[in-house]
Ligand binder design. Structure first.
Ligand SMILES: [Zn+2]
Ligand SMILES: [Zn+2]
Length: 375
């Protein structure tokens, strides 16, 4: 049993005699709405589990349909509705269940924010250049290109050495190990803005921005065990990174100190971590509240220009939820998407292959404009 599963099973809430892990998940009620119905599409569970391509809305509808229909993973991992309700009740932070993972995360998160108070007193130009360089290395190559578009959505292929290098840059961003990050993000797409979304603003802005990251019990209750990442867990590299994650995160701080002393630690590690992390978190919070919608997705995703720029193209969230398998997220010429620019360069060098893009037909089918004309 994974550590997350054992944590959940030890939870006093989950020890409730009312717990029936084979009960249907609470998302069932959503499927009856016309927005989520998929015309009776009921593919085999195997097909759903392995599919990371195709029309975004259809893919999500397939997940939901399969969850309803017959899926051991969904029915076993989910809590009974009464348990989910109990967990969802707003309660003070000192009453809720804290796993060791939650405590480590929040102590790390708080400490590194406090370190930023020293930034004005530790400013040097070399330290600032390190901040900028690592913003690109960990934010773009690590998170947006590596963790997100390559590992989560498989929107293009890289040679293994380059995939692992990008994944390692993602580790240095300090946002979690690849298995954990990818699993949570796949659940976000599967349940976007439904009750089981790991971080929907429907539960409040601050919940979607960061509180969700410190409540593993709640996340597991909503999504079950992270069993949607077998493509990563079967690779020894990702299992090794998962078991040694904090060594790499803290190791980089030691290396920065050895190279440039305290200014490098404050600017190259603390300031850069806070900058990159909050930009990433804005994609899940801001981009599901503020911006424009052009695609008929069943979630509240929006295209937000300033997150689009700061997050290297990830702020075009409505585009992304419409075509989640697309390597390109800024679909208009004016929608700046630096990550896609890098993917194009890698493609020209023969390093990125099978780069997926939406066809004109797929765009027509998903356009909000067309769906309004039809109704
Ligand atoms: Zn989203
Ligand atoms: Zn995504």
């Amino acid at each position: 049993m994974s550590s997350m599963a054992s944590t959940v099973m030890q939870s006093p809430i989950l020890k409730s005699p009312h717990l029936r892990l084979t009960h249907r998940p609470p998302l069932v009620r959503h499927v009856t709405s016309p927005t989520h119905a998929n015309g009776g599409l009921m593919p085999s569970v195997k097909h759903v589990a392995s599919s990371h391509s195709g029309d975004g809305q259809m893919l999500r509808a397939r997940h939901v349909a399969a969850a309803l229909h017959t899926d051991d993973r969904m029915t076993v991992a989910y809590p009974a509705p009464e348990l989910a309700k109990e967990i969802r009740k707003p309660r003070p932070f000192w009453v809720r269940e804290w796993t060791l993972n939650d405590v480590v995360r929040i102590v790390f998160f708080t400490a590194i924010h406090l370190m930023c108070l020293l930034a004005p007193f530790q400013f040097t130009w070399p330290a600032f250049y390190t901040f900028v360089a690592l913003y690109f290395v960990t934010g773009l190559f690590g998170i947006t290109l590596g963790y997100h578009r390559c590992l989560t959505h498989r929107s293009f292929d890289l040679p293994k050495w380059l995939e692992y290098t990008c994944a390692y840059f993602g580790v240095l961003a300090g946002q979690g190990n690849p298995i954990d990050w990818v699993s949570t993000h796949r659940y976000h797409h599967q349940f976007a803005d439904l009750e089981n979304d790991p971080h929907s603003p429907n539960e409040g802005f601050w919940f979607s921005h960061m509180k969700w990251a410190f409540d593993r019990t709640y996340l597991t209750a909503k999504c079950g065990e992270p069993d949607n990442v077998s493509d990563l867990t079967k690779q020894p590299f990702y299992r090794f990174i998962e078991s040694t994650y904090y060594i790499h995160v803290f190791g980089q701080i030691a290396v920065l100190y050895a190279i440039g002393g305290l200014p490098f630690v404050i600017w190259g590690a603390a300031m850069r971590y806070v900058w990159v992390t909050h930009i990433t978190l804005c994609v899940g919070s801001v981009c599901h509240i503020w911006g424009n919608r052009v695609w008929n997705t069943s979630c509240n995703s929006k295209n937000n220009w300033w997150v689009g720029i700061l997050a290297f193209g990830e702020g075009w969230q409505n585009n992304h939820h419409a075509f989640e398998w697309s390597a390109r997220q800024g679909l208009e010429w004016w929608q700046i998407d630096m990550t896609y620019g890098v993917i194009r360069v890698l493609q020209a060098l023969g390093l990125a292959t099978d780069v997926k893009l939406p066809t004109e037909q797929q765009k027509k089918r998903m356009a909000l404009e067309n769906s309004l004309n039809l109704s």
